[in-house]
Design a binder for this molecule. Structure first.
Ligand SMILES: [Zn+2]
Length: 356
């Protein structure tokens, strides 16, 4: 079989980064490096956001944000993973964001395909990764905890009841991700610490490494259930998260301040994945994007408020200075954002290899 340029590139990178082959923690030996070992050695570059990028390509519907593309257009899904790898990603996330049974059912009437979509998302990501970059499964906030408006936030018995339901839908999801052989889990975009703690507990049962990150709008200084970023980080670590941090809902410039607070609160590896959009309304007085309900990210304006590649470069340097161990990007950040991060981290991309 003729070896492709891509294959040669992967091989050269893997020699430099120490992964000769990687098939999950259970199969590792002296040659293999787990994601946690790798992070102890150097900063790992993750991938970008999928849903908004795929909405722009007309494979995700911006009215309800269900990743049906995994089932309906697997070739498109695999292609986007490969674009992120080409841009420099050393770890990619299977698109299992918002693929819980309840979400698929409520938003698209496809709850019956929950197992298929989760398994297929990992299969596609692993095919794109070709044993040369890490593959994560993603668990996201479920939408079962109700409003992100603090005044309407669930509490007491009502919250406890819903948290049990959260545990059930995440547990069935993570079981399929583990069975398909992901290298680690990213539990992300949690605006409530209680829900994030349930997610971490669920992942710990699989014994997979877990990165757990919170997410809220920059005008809010605490989670929906009233906990600061620093305190959330401590609680996530106490719950068993291997890596803690923040993702989405804040642009790179703003998220550095949150990172600083987290860095002052906990020791050990941190993760960060800002979203790729300038955030109008940082003072709380302007239009606020909102991911669900058509008004958090308005697809019609998302292209016009992109974070520039140079801003991603600058952000990567700032995050490295704060000793962050895992840097990626989230909603609205496509492959070129990862190229910017890669440059800022002094890492090669497939493009630099091809043109050297
Ligand atoms: Zn996001």
């Amino acid at each position: 079989m003729e070896r492709s340029f891509f294959y040669d590139y992967q091989l050269s990178r893997n020699k430099s980064i120490g992964i000769l082959s990687h098939s999950g923690p259970e199969k590792r030996n002296g040659l293999f490096t787990t994601i946690l070992e790798r992070m102890a050695d150097e900063v790992v570059l993750g991938d970008g956001g999928y849903l908004i990028e795929l909405e722009r390509r007309m494979y995700v519907c911006g009215d309800y944000w269900v990743p049906e593309v995994v089932l309906d257009h697997p070739e498109v899904m695999e292609g986007l993973h490969k674009e992120f790898i080409r841009a420099g990603s050393e770890a990619i996330q299977g698109l299992t964001f918002w693929t819980t049974r309840n979400f698929l059912d409520e938003q698209a009437g496809r709850g019956g395909e929950v197992e298929q979509i989760n398994r297929q998302a990992v299969r596609i990501a692993k095919s794109a990764a070709a044993d040369s970059v890490y593959v994560a499964g993603t668990l996201a906030a479920t939408t079962l905890m109700g409003s992100r408006d603090k005044a309407k936030a669930l509490s007491g018995m009502e919250a406890e009841h819903q948290l049990r339901h959260v545990g059930e839908v995440l547990a069935e999801q993570v079981q399929w991700l583990a069975e398909k052989g992901v290298d680690f889990i990213v539990a992300e975009t949690f605006d409530r610490i209680d829900e994030a703690e349930v997610a971490v507990a669920v992942v710990k049962e699989t014994r997979l490494p877990v990165i757990a990150t919170m997410s809220w709008r920059e005008i809010d200084v605490t989670s929906t259930d009233g906990v600061t970023a620093g305190e959330c980080a401590k609680r996530l670590k106490d719950a068993g998260a291997d890596v803690v941090g923040f993702n989405c809902r804040q642009e790179p410039d703003n998220i550095v301040n949150v990172l600083r607070e987290i860095r002052e609160s906990v020791e050990g590896p941190l993760a960060v994945q800002p979203w790729g959009l300038r955030s109008p309304g940082t003072t709380g007085t302007e239009f606020r994007p909102s991911l669900l309900g058509k008004n958090e990210v308005d697809p019609d304006i998302s292209e016009a408020i992109q974070i520039s590649r140079s801003a991603w470069r600058d952000f990567a340097s700032a995050a490295v200075d704060l000793e962050v161990s895992y840097i990626g990007a989230c909603c609205g950040a496509g492959p070129s954002a990862i190229r910017g991060l890669s440059d800022g981290m002094g890492k090669p991309t497939w493009v630099t290899y091809e043109h050297k």
